[in-house]
Design a protein around this ligand. Structure first.
Ligand code: AMP
Length: 291
């Protein structure tokens, strides 16, 4: 049975009971509009914990002023149903922002180095909002484990860094990106794409797959790997924010002329119409998104 909880106190009371009984709590933070990617996170949380809390909260502080906070899809009833089907015990979905940002709230968390480049460079306040809400949720839930998707690779590194730096006593797990049959990463934002742009967005998995193929053929220089990824993306995208390689832990960018010596991620952000999509592969680790 899945229980929908909308306030902090009843959630804490429920979880305190679980912990007293020695049960490990797992949390899956989401903004709702759940798809198969989210469901894979819940499945992983269930493997690692006896009580799973899915949080559903469209977090205002991680949206920039011109971003899609207002139009972000909100589908709570369906989300609770999906959590039920996945066997999650609890859904924590605050009714409004003031549950997690009560009047007078002002504290914000910064993870300056990990957020300097890639998404952080294009969305300057985004990760401050992410780090802040994630620590709030960790403090409310008190989980033994939290599960995130590698689809938002930099976010996973930000949360991992934050939890280490602040000695948050829990495990953080990242799971591989769940994709459509044609390789496009599942995202709540895919719903915004027109049918034409949805077709064009196949350029993203094509580009990432071309980079993986080049890597597997022995290419270790940044520039040709980026060039391989960029070509199919540029063919269909309205605009590209970045196609770049970064250190897979620190997220420091790798110079285009460099040779890759340590684990690296190739990450992209591109717009199709007004819809901004991100994706990535960890070179030498992730399979090609296509085939
Ligand atoms: P969101 O609801 O978009 O904020 O995402 C909530 C969590 O789901 C984050 O940890 C995301 O990385 C993860 N996630 C989103 N899309 C996918 C996907 N296609 N595969 C795996 N995880 C995902």
């Amino acid at each position: 049975m899945t229980e929908l909880i909308r306030e902090i106190d009843p959630l804490r009371a429920r979880l305190a009971l679980a912990r007293e009984r020695g049960l490990r709590v797992g949390v899956v933070p989401t903004m709702g509009a759940l798809h198969r990617g989210h469901l894979a996170l819940i499945a992983e949380a269930r493997r690692r914990a006896q009580v799973v809390v899915v949080t559903v909260f469209v977090n205002p502080t991680q949206f920039g002023p011109n971003e899609d906070f207002k139009k972000y899809p909100r589908t709570l009833e369906k989300d609770v149903e999906a959590c039920r089907a996945m066997g999650a015990e609890l859904v924590f979905a605050p009714e409004n922002e003031s549950v997690l940002y009560p009047p007078g709230d002002e504290t914000r968390l910064r993870v300056p180095e990990t957020t300097k480049h890639l998404e952080g460079a294009f969305r300057p306040t985004h990760f401050e909002g992410v780090a802040t809400i994630v620590l709030k949720l960790f403090n409310v839930v008190g989980p033994g484990v939290a599960v995130f998707g590698r689809k938002d690779y930099q976010q996973l590194q930000v949360v991992t860094r934050m939890a280490r730096d602040l000695f948050v006593p829990m495990e953080i797990v990242g799971i591989p990106t769940v994709r459509e049959d044609d390789g496009l990463a599942l995202s709540s934002r895919n719903a915004y794409l027109s049918p034409e742009d949805r077709q064009k967005a196949r350029g993203i998995p094509e580009g990432l797959s071309a980079a993986v193929a080049a890597w597997e053929a022995g290419e270790r220089h940044v520039q040709p790997l980026i060039a391989a990824a960029r070509l199919p993306i540029a063919a269909g995208a309205t605009s590209i924010d970045y196609v770049a390689c970064a250190d897979a832990v620190s997220m420091a960018p790798l110079d285009e002329l460099a040779r890759i010596e340590r684990k690296a991620v190739l990450a992209i952000a591109a717009r199709y119409g007004t819809t901004r999509l991100i994706d990535n592969v960890v070179l030498g680790e992730d399979p090609a998104p296509i085939g």
